[in-house]
Design a binder for this molecule. Sequence first.
Ligand SMILES: NC(=O)c1ccc[n+]([C@@H]2O[C@H](COP(=O)([O-])OP(=O)(O)OC[C@H]3O[C@@H](n4cnc5c(N)ncnc54)[C@H](O)[C@@H]3O)[C@@H](O)[C@H]2O)c1
Ligand SMILES: [Fe+2]
Length: 375
Amino acid sequence: MRQLLLKTDIHKFDTFKEFVEEFKLTEDDLLFTNEWLYKPYMEHLNLPCQVYFQEQYGLTEPTDIMYNSIMADLKKLNYKRIIAVGGGTVVDMAKWMASEMPDDIYDAYKLNPTFFPKHIKELVIIPTTCGTGSEVTNIAMIYLTKENTKKGCANNELFADYAVLIPEFLKTLPYNPFMYSAIDALIHAVESYVGRRYTDASRLFGKRAIELLMNGFKKMVEEGPDARFEILEDFSIGSNYAGIAFGTGGCNAVHAMSFPLGGMFHVAHGESNYALFTTVMKFYARKNPTGAIKDINRVLADILGLDTDGPEVYDALEEALCSLIRRKPLREYGVNEEICAEMADLVIEQQQRLMTNTYVEMDYNDVYNLYLQCL
Ligand SMILES: NC(=O)c1ccc[n+]([C@@H]2O[C@H](COP(=O)([O-])OP(=O)(O)OC[C@H]3O[C@@H](n4cnc5c(N)ncnc54)[C@H](O)[C@@H]3O)[C@@H](O)[C@H]2O)c1
Ligand SMILES: [Fe+2]
């Protein structure tokens, strides 16, 4: 059995300039980023490469429409290597830009896909949020307008050749995306630790990620949100380790349940996970309190200064996270009882990749009731 799925070389630099010097950018490179990252971090370096901005194709997380229009444009361009600098949105789009592309991306995401990715260009990924870990996973997420939900394509052809961590990018990340992406990373680490596809190696990275991220949150709770600027590297490395952990161990119910919410109500990925996280974990902890969740509860309890490893840990975790950023009840996004049933259906029908990895067996009623609890 495979113990760790990781095909990407990982580098770290203090500045983007140091990266440019080491990776020797040329006119054969295509830099894919956002203008608001290009201006402060890259423009003054007079790079020789071609530059494309994600926002030319849309400002939301990636959709099938955005993918199809970028693919149509890229077919006219010559480039040998993609340098993707951005959050999970830019990064996931770049994974397809380094692959052979279908005429319609839906062909790769429909229930029985008729197109599979094939890696044909070198891909360098520089994440600028501290969340997705996508720089080291083989997954590209997409919102399918045809199905009104988000879905992932997991294929080893989507791995980047290089992942480059440059924590200085996190300086300009606004507070809300910072928090939501860091909470997303924490969820990757926790879910992969308790999921059924865990290995010792995935847990090693997951546990370290939890420590780095939780100690960061604790510092922010104690010293104020600006304390994060002193420890950006911990968030950058923590999210990367969480990516390595879930690349093997996989996510499960939190992510599976967040995709219909994100898809139907256009809630950002990290935010929609956060809306469900502690409720799902409490459910896990009550159903099987003595399994792997006990290890995680212990780690969280130690950092939070608690004398318990029971489900109450998640009340304290929620309180700590909510003091940093409010968790909205699902009603505030427009969800009601009827929609909870619709979303539970979507989870059971479309998210089996994740639901086969839950910590405890879950059926439609469990999912529906958990949505109701988050209302
Ligand atoms: N492929 C995977 O393994 C994987 C895993 C988890 C999530 N995802 C996907 O990633 C996407 C979410 O990615 P995300 O949470 O990184 O958010 P994001 O890419 O949507 O970025 C959030 C916002 O912050 C801006 N931004 C990013 N970095 C910045 C910086 N340093 N300074 C200023 N602004 C900055 C972005 O332009 C955007 O407006 C979702 O589509 C999600 O489904 C993919
Ligand atoms: Fe995620």
